[in-house]
Design a protein. Sequence first.
Length: 384
Amino acid sequence: MDETLLMIPGPTRVAPRVLKAMSENVVNHRSAIFGKILNETTQMMSDVFRTNNKSYLITGSGTAAMEAAMANILNPGDKVLHVVGGKFGQRFSQIVEAFGGQTKIIDVEWGQAVNPDEIGFALEEDEDIKAVTVVHNETSTGVANPIKEIGKIMSDYDALYVVDTVSSLGGDEVDVDGYGIDICVTGSQKCLAAPPGMAAITLSNDAWKVVDKVDAQSYYLNMKKYRKSGNAEPPETPYTPSVSLMYAMHEALTVIMEEGLNNRIKRHHLAAKATRNAIKALNLELFPKEEVSSATVTAIKMPEGVSDGELRGTMRNKYRVELAGGQDHLKGNIFRVGHMGNITHRELITTVAALEMTLKELGFDIAIGEGVAAVADTYLPDDI
């Protein structure tokens, strides 16, 4: 088995107890036993979303939930405004186009966060915009968008507020009800630290009013069917779910409940701070400005004179630490360190030590240990 340490923005390391949960015998997915597991899992999911709305679990990646969000609120020709500052903002617009919707784009330079006022200006100019999509945490750039502030702007308009929290939920501040989010989606394999293959979605009452007026353009992702099955006794999914993945999600969410959601978020923010401190100690340059940097992934400019293959290849092949590269026009220009899920100081120290040795081997004049010391100093109490 490959023992490479995954320090990428998903999938993340899965705890042994979560893996063990997947090994339980598969039960009838139409049984009361499974209904109890499904009910408990969706309730914990709503707790993590911080919403009183019901949540629904979909067997599929986070993109399945993104598609469900769009397929259930759009008629052909409907307009959707997209904040696009990275790969996943683009994905929302591509999904809308696939369903015959009209896309309007707020282009944000990759590496920067959107100004919430731009959304307000766009909504003022076009009252026919039906929904606004925002990616909270752009893993392609290491930027976190201000979803709370955007929610304040959105409260003055009728357009639905749709947020992708695939790589932030459970690792950064997300408050579906408090931020006025109408549709929120996430995936299993990021901060929730479950295996890949399961997505979640929650919808507000306003969103359901729109859904009920639209003929869903998807059979498998028809949310009216998920609602009907979820309200049954015992609750079900409309189609056969991955029972084993549901066991894993149940256990992963139980771990979050035991840790405490606020504690988990604080842990992610501390890991992000430690990573950025280490990068600066090694005289490397962060890609986004620190004030908009993600709590779950750090994007770093590739050092001059080094190729992606040399840096990430050495990290992976010699030191067994997997980092992520850049996407699209950032390919070869940045590398990314994921610090989400179950990541602690132990994994960060290993990663930074490997990065130091890699840079030394590639001819950089660095003092071995300075990056590791920066990680340690971030985690040590101030009074030591």
